[in-house]
Design a protein around this ligand. Structure first.
Ligand SMILES: Nc1ncnc2c1ncn2[C@@H]1O[C@H](COP(=O)(O)OP(=O)(O)OP(=O)(O)O)[C@@H](O)[C@H]1O
Length: 443
């Protein structure tokens, strides 16, 4: 790129320092040219004592040569004085997302799983990878977030991922590799022009560079502009989110008062915040309109492979794909002494209340929690008779999909209390305790 210094260990070190990275790094080392160059540069810095370094090679087991690549990586890293861990992963071939995407997902999950606290992961993406990504996203019809392409830094779970070679192009890396007589492995699938990225690299790229030799720079500038625009859109979404009235989910009237584009921007931001990839544009446009315009008697759902949005009354909730998980077993023993965590469902604890469960029940025998049972009735408020639990849920505004998840406390089969709703009259005492329930399957 214009103004980029020659590729040297010093220039790389400056770049890492400008990112504020600490002194411990782990290289995602495929054995290909790009990560071999990165490994060599970094090993020079490690040998000078400037930083600490190790490498990890992910063994996808997808190609006949995979074992040889792993041995090659361990040997080359060892010659450079760097320990290299080989991580075997099982790639899900039937996930429907395509083999390449499944391999990538497995790779990043494995890499983030082995990082130690404070260690920064480095990948060897460079300026030409970036330019290809911009073009691929453009041809996919992406908006500013996609066209911003790869960021120099991003979060990887609890850790940090840096791409320190982004300012340098493929030519610089090739020059470095030949000057230092590096050896690397070539993945034969990189030649398959059936893959969009390879077709772009081998067929379109020579045509583009013949006409515009600085095409990588131009596309990097475009990506930078898009990243800035995307940042502004996120600022706007954060402002709109802060204006939402308190409560779970999104408040429909406040959302509906925004323009369509601004409401979609807010929903996208809200989903990304919880790590969910938003639906494709057309799906979101139509689906959000349905959610906002539904009559009070309807409960529309917008579903896509990564999640679901459901409306109930004046709120929109986000749920995992296929809806929330079901209770793991019909009843769980619980003696009330410690908070109870039910994985994928929620967390239950006992908190002091004006009136409620008597202290004498804490640690009593025969207590258990489970979901409601068909036709169950109880007296959970001041009204005289026993009423169906569904009536209490309706009155409390509990969305239908949460009703089979709210824990019911029983002793020997009799209802003692229903979390977040109330305590059965026969058990109620002043003062007492109530059951506080936080559903972790939707918000
Ligand atoms: N098998 C592997 N083991 C460790 N690191 C790898 C492996 N494959 C790729 N990487 C890392 O990921 C970088 C990008 O590799 P590549 O371009 O093949 O992946 P991609 O899937 O196109 O990119 P991305 O992973 O960002 O989506 C490499 O430079 C290397 O740092």
């Amino acid at each position: 790129m214009v103004g980029t210094p020659p590729l040297t260990p010093r220039a790389l070190h400056q770049r890492l320092q400008s990112e504020g990275a600490g002194g411990r790094f782990c290289i995602a080392y495929s054995g290909g040219l790009d990560s071999t160059v990165l490994l060599h540069l970094m090993s020079t810095l490690a040998a000078e004592g400037v930083l600490r370094l190790r490498a990890v090679h992910v063994h996808h087991g997808l190609q006949p040569a995979a074992d040889d690549w792993a041995s090659h990586c361990v040997r080359v890293a060892g010659e450079l004085g760097v320990a290299c861990q080989v991580l075997p992963v099982a790639v899900e071939r039937t996930s429907g997302e395509g083999l390449e995407a499944a391999a990538r997902r497995a790779r990043y999950a494995a890499l983030s799983g082995v990082l130690e606290a404070g260690e920064v992961l480095l990948t060897a993406h460079h300026a030409d990878d970036q330019a290809e990504t911009v073009l691929l996203h453009l041809l996919r019809g992406s908006g500013p977030r996609g066209l911003a392409a790869m960021r120099g830094r991003r979060a990887l779970g609890e850790h940090l991922l840096l791409r320190p070679l982004l300012p340098w192009g493929r030519q610089s890396l090739c020059r470095y590799a030949s000057e230092h007589r590096l050896s690397w492995v070539d993945d034969p699938t990189n030649e398959h022009t059936g893959h969009d990225r390879n077709w772009l690299r081998h067929t379109l790229w020579p045509v583009l560079t013949a006409r515009w030799p600085d095409v990588s720079d131009r596309l990097a500038r475009a990506a930078h502009e898009q990243a800035e625009a995307d940042g502004l859109l996120q600022d706007l979404a954060a402002l709109d989110l802060a204006r939402q009235p308190a409560g779970t989910g999104l408040h429909v009237p406040t959302l509906a008062a925004l323009s369509g584009a601004r409401a979609r921007n807010l929903v996208r931001h809200w989903l990304l915040q919880s790590g969910v990839r938003p639906p494709p544009r057309a799906r979101l446009e139509q689906g959000l309109m349905d959610l906002l315009q539904a009559g009070p008697d309807r409960q529309p759902v917008l579903s896509w492979p990564e999640g679901e949005l459901r409306r109930y009354r004046d709120r929109i909730f986000r749920l995992p794909p296929g809806g929330p998980a079901r209770w793991p077993v019909p009843e769980l023993p619980w003696d009330l002494r410690e908070p109870l965590v039910i994985p994928g469902i929620g967390e239950l604890r006992l908190v002091p209340a004006e009136a409620g469960i008597p202290a004498s029940l804490v640690a009593a025998a025969g207590l258990s929690v489970g979901p409601r049972r068909p036709g169950e009735r109880a007296c959970l408020d001041t009204s005289p008779g026993r009423r169906p639990l569904s009536r209490y849920f309706q009155e409390a505004g509990v969305p239908p999909w949460q009703r089979d998840r709210i824990p019911v406390l029983r002793q020997g089969g009799d209802i003692v209390a229903v979390a977040n709703i109330g305590t059965e009259r026969r058990y109620r005492q002043v003062p007492g305790y109530r059951l506080e329930w936080r559903d972790t399957g939707a918000d």
